[in-house]
Design a protein around this ligand. Structure first.
Ligand SMILES: [Zn+2]
Length: 296
């Protein structure tokens, strides 16, 4: 494949290499580069810098759309063979505006906030990326907060319905294809629970954002594969008293789905009859919800 354009984008403390592959005309290459940069800026809303200052982003036109997706970003993945590379397979025929409301790049970039985990613990990497993809789209004003919480609420329902006979560890160990919604959404529910606990008990001094920033400062990018307990024990070293290992012990090997109905209600997230979400600022945790998802 011919390599067409290389761009080096200077973020605050990062120099990302962006490669746009052929065939893409010059104007679309420039538009796609600006979109990648904007999405990378969005990740900086978590802790003020991009998680891997030397990450490489490759945008690959994929006209055949063999994945059956009708999204502008057809598929994305992170590879870690030779440094960290994010590959984004895109439909270059789509107008650039469509890319800005597509979540895939935000999801893939969010993966860089965590090290590679062994397969059994993929619910953590997929879940935390799924949580962040939604709240970051809202912080960056590409979703309304209502839409972000609607997507999260709908996902939690899909997760509850997916393989209730399996624990998160068992679902991930069996392969993401067989219990995809269970893997993604049980992990997202645990990310939400951790974030709320941290913010609530500390009056906002602690948060998942902060903890992940400390993880990056100490340990990322990491050249090795981590287990779930190794990662959660490390996250617990950054906070006053453990949050992550208690969640792990409660849910990682438990069938069913983490209980979040009460939490969503306390956050002021109400699902209407037509499936949309209304936000109630009068609920006990409404200010925490706003801190998580309001535009920044
Ligand atoms: Zn993912």
């Amino acid at each position: 494949m011919i390599v067409d354009s290389f761009f080096s984008i200077a973020l605050l403390a990062a120099t990302l290499t962006i490669e746009i592959r052929q065939p893409v005309d010059d104007q679309k290459a420039a538009e796609l580069t600006e979109w990648v940069q904007t999405t990378a800026d969005t990740i900086e809303l978590v802790y003020g810098r991009f998680p891997n200052p030397k990450a490489k982003i490759i945008v690959i036109p994929s006209s055949e759309n063999s994945w059956g997706s009708d999204a502008p970003v057809i598929f994305g993945r992170v590879t870690r063979r030779d440094g960290e590379t994010v590959e984004l397979f895109v439909d270059p025929e789509r107008p650039i505006e469509d890319f800005y409301t597509d979540w895939t790049a935000t999801h893939e970039f969010s993966h860089l906030m965590m090290p590679l985990l062994s397969q059994r613990y993929r619910w953590i990497s997929e879940g935390f990326a799924t949580y962040y993809q939604n709240i970051l789209m809202s912080r960056a004003q590409r979703y309304t907060p209502e839409l972000a919480w609607q997507r999260l609420s709908e996902g939690f329902v899909r997760g509850q319905e997916s393989r209730p006979d399996l624990s998160p560890n068992a679902a991930a160990a069996g392969g993401i294809r067989h219990a995809r919604m269970k893997v993604y959404w049980s992990g997202a529910a645990i990310a939400l629970k951790a974030d709320i606990t941290l913010r609530q008990r500390s009056n906002g001094a602690e948060s998942l954002d902060r903890v992940l920033g400390q993880l990056q400062a100490c340990c990322l990018p990491s050249g090795r594969r981590w287990s779930g307990p190794q990662l959660f024990k490390k996250l617990d070293t950054f906070i006053e008293s453990p949050v992550f290992m208690p969640l792990y012990r409660k849910y990682a090997d438990e069938e069913g789905f983490p209980d979040i109905a009460r939490l969503l209600s306390d956050l002021g997230i109400e699902t209407n009859q037509d499936g949309t979400v209304s936000l109630d600022d009068g609920k006990t945790l409404a200010s925490i919800r706003k801190a998580i998802s309001d535009p920044q």
